[in-house]
Design a protein around this ligand. Structure first.
Ligand SMILES: [Zn+2]
Length: 303
């Protein structure tokens, strides 16, 4: 395959502040995410690449000019929800309020529709598939919240690894864009971003992209502003537990270099362009076993 016939990959950024999103949900956001996001914007400019930014509502409230700048520099602005509360920690009504509030705030800031969503920490799983109906009701047309690699924290084992049209429990439809994963020895490894992505050598990320391309599918990479700042955790004026410091600090030193090499070697674009290039997509319906339905029946979809 030559470079132009390879699928267009998606480059995505979840715009949030490390302290509030990872360390302490009750803490106010620090200013760090603004400078860190600028690092990404400059890197993308350097490689003439446009991306999708899933912006947290709290981040948009704190730095509205940053959201306008992301949009003004030609990138796609979508929603990462408002308060970074995991979806499974919310009732349907709370979730609806959270996503509607973030969508409206972003739309008011950029003057364009916001129709894509990514849940904090991929927290749409088998336990809360009702959330997909809430997204459809709220006017979202695509989602990137279901991680096909199952870990202790997120994911749905056996979920499709490739973009598809997802039929919700109420019969609605969303385009679902799973982040990149690698298949080996019967396992699905989450290599589209996060800890594994920071830890594994670039060769392994290249292999992941090649494996997806060989099957005709794009790779969706996800990043966070704080990953581009190797000194952030050390510079914080607060106690960060050692385990978290080690896990979260891992691979940050070389992260920007890794991303630069990916941007130089592969074609990336925003999700709207990737979806458009994909054309017709297969339909997938998550298993509606009686067990799954009863697990969800406590949650009436709010009106
Ligand atoms: Zn997040």
């Amino acid at each position: 395959m030559n470079a132009t016939s390879e699928p267009l990959n998606a480059f995505t950024v979840d715009v949030e502040d490390w302290v509030q999103s990872v360390l302490d949900a009750e803490s106010p956001l620090t200013e760090n995410f603004v400078a860190n996001t600028h690092r990404i914007l400059d890197l993308l400019d350097k490689h003439s690449t446009k991306a999708t930014f899933f912006v947290l509502g709290l981040a948009a409230e704190k730095a509205p000019e940053l959201v306008r700048e992301i949009h003004g520099r030609g990138h796609e602005v979508q929603s990462h929800g408002f308060a970074h509360r995991h979806v499974h920690a919310q009732t349907p009504r709370e979730f609806r309020d959270d996503v509607v509030k973030s969508k409206k705030l972003l739309e008011d800031l950029i003057g364009s529709p916001v129709c894509g969503y990514r849940a904090p920490a991929f927290s749409i799983t088998e336990r809360n598939l009702w959330a997909l109906d809430v997204l459809v009701d709220a006017g979202f047309t695509f989602d990137s919240s279901i991680n096909p690699a199952k870990t202790s924290r997120y994911g749905i084992a056996g979920a499709p690894r490739f973009p598809h049209r997802l039929r919700t429990q109420s019969g609605g439809e969303l385009i679902e864009i799973p982040v990149a994963s690698y298949r080996a020895l019967g396992k699905t490894i989450p290599l589209g971003g996060g800890g594994y992505f920071r830890l594994f050598p670039i060769k392994m990320i290249d292999k992941t992209i090649k494996q997806l391309h060989a099957q005709g599918h794009p790779a969706t990479i996800y990043t966070h502003p704080y990953e581009f700042n190797p000194n952030e955790i050390a510079s914080l004026d607060r106690n960060v537990p050692l385990r978290l410091r080690l896990h979260q600090g891992l691979g940050r030193g070389r992260f920007a270099d890794k991303i630069e090499r990916l941007l130089a070697n592969w074609r990336f674009g925003p999700l709207c362009d990737v979806i458009q290039a994909l054309g017709d997509l297969p339909v997938h319906e998550h298993n509606r076993t009686p067990e799954n339905l009863s697990r969800n029946q406590n949650y009436a979809i709010p009106t």
